[in-house]
Design a protein around this ligand. Structure first.
Ligand SMILES: *Cc1c(COP(=O)(O)O)cnc(C)c1O
Length: 407
């Protein structure tokens, strides 16, 4: 018998003894874990569903009619774990490559064995650029003096450096401004020390302005291509573009969020693709107790029971990435039932109201975010907590242990 099932049995025995006592004593603390010596079992974890990830990639591929997908895995693969998600995406034929923003993440992907092209869509120092180019990571130049720098790097390495030119068409964040880009691109294209594999831009995702941005990009690209400049694959569409800018699919799409099974706001309703969350944020209940009428729970006595009420404590909180705003209406799945989040989400704990019956036990698995019910999907949680769906993924703690399942 495993340690766990033995513990479950002990827990059940303790629970039935407790139930017998409860009949005599209406207020009683729930059974405590039989053992607290094993680390790990009461730490929250992230379950990554490899099959769901593959299905989302297939669904996105279908939507974009087979165009290559440059999968964005920045910020620790949106919180899901770069070393977990990168190698799962890498072998899929629909995936052309992976994109990050930070140099360090590109190196981590290479260290994790990723074979496909990795693109860094951010500024890197020259020494980082050398190291990245040595490891065959694609750079995204946008600075005025990028040409000279890339030429120096190429000479050091003794080979041509593959790049994706980053253009700015109105975001005014990163990228060479489109109205200054033509001579800059001609100069880069004339240098044998670099290979232009792609040219890209980012949308502001302002529906009224996106078309103008796309027009600027197209006009520039058309003019250059007509005069023989090779720009490689043109790409612009993030998840927003997948749903709302079909005219911007161009030669390749560049989504992040959608691959992980979440929709940018206002896009799920379009019914264009069926995506499912690829992860579950889970933890085991660490305490179940009955509050007396008038008892409060958590800091600032955030919740007060108006009648005898069972509550359960889940050892995952905002430091793990579960939003503080979850108290505004989020629910947690335990067994087959959803329980409302009450009181306050603290750094490491979340409290749910169980009700007047004790239907939850210490050790039960709780799912705070996952595909199992609309209420707990990333979009469902974001909406109820009043935060962006990006926060639900990106704020997941990098320290959460990852367990990969196959569906
Ligand atoms: C984050 C990012 C993306 C992906 O955005 P999603 O909305 O997650 O699809 C694409 N391109 C750039 C430049 C990004 O920074």
């Amino acid at each position: 018998m495993s340690v766990w099932s033995r513990r479950r049995l002990l827990g059940v025995a303790a629970a039935s003894a407790a139930a017998a006592l409860t009949r005599r004593l209406p207020v009683l603390a729930a059974p405590r874990p039989a053992s607290v010596t094993d680390r790990g079992e009461y730490e929250p974890w992230l379950e990554i569903d490899a099959a769901a990830l593959r299905r989302n990639v297939a669904e996105v591929s279908r939507l974009v009619e087979g165009r290559p997908i440059l999968a964005v895995v920045k910020n620790n693969a949106y919180g899901l774990g770069l070393e977990t998600v990168g190698p799962l995406l890498d072998p899929l034929p629909a995936i052309a490559g992976l994109a990050v923003v930070k140099a360090d993440e590109a190196i981590r992907l290479k260290d994790a064995g990723v074979q496909k092209a990795v693109l860094v869509m951010g500024l890197v120092s020259e020494s980082e650029a050398v190291e990245l180019a040595r490891r065959d990571v694609r750079l995204a130049p946008f600075a005025r003096d990028a040409g000279d720098q890339l030429t120096r790097i190429s000479r050091r390495l003794g080979r041509s450096v593959p790049v994706h030119l980053y253009l700015d068409t109105g975001m005014n964040r990163l990228g060479m401004p489109y109205y200054r880009a033509a001579p800059w691109i001609r100069d880069l294209a004339a240098r044998p020390e670099l290979t232009i594999e792609g040219t890209f831009m980012s949308f502001t995702e302002d529906l009224a302005f996106d078309p103008e941005q796309l027009q600027r990009f197209r006009d520039l690209a058309d003019g250059l291509q007509r005069s023989g400049v090779k720009l490689g694959r043109l790409h612009a569409a993030s998840s927003h573009g997948l749903f709302l800018r079909r005219d911007a699919y161009l030669d390749m799409v560049r989504p992040g969020l959608a691959l992980y099974g979440a929709y940018p706001s206002g896009t799920a309703e379009l019914g264009l693709a069926q995506l499912a969350p690829v992860f579950r944020l889970k933890a085991r209940v660490v305490d179940v107790q009955q509050l007396r009428s008038g008892d409060s729970a958590s800091y600032d006595r955030a919740y007060t029971a108006s009648k005898p009420t069972w509550i359960a404590i889940i050892p995952a909180g905002h430091a793990d990435g579960y939003p503080r705003g979850a108290v505004k209406g989020c629910q947690v799945l335990i067994g087959e039932r959803l329980y409302p989040v009450i009181a306050a989400v603290s750094a490491s704990h979340t409290i749910v109201e169980v009700g007047d019956q004790q239907t939850v036990e210490v050790g039960d698995e709780a799912t705070l975010v996952g595909p199992d019910r609309p209420e707990i999907t990333p979009n469902g949680v974001a909406q109820r907590a009043g935060v962006s769906v990006y926060d639900i993924l990106m704020h997941l703690s990098a320290l959460l242990p990852k367990r990969v399942t196959q569906g």
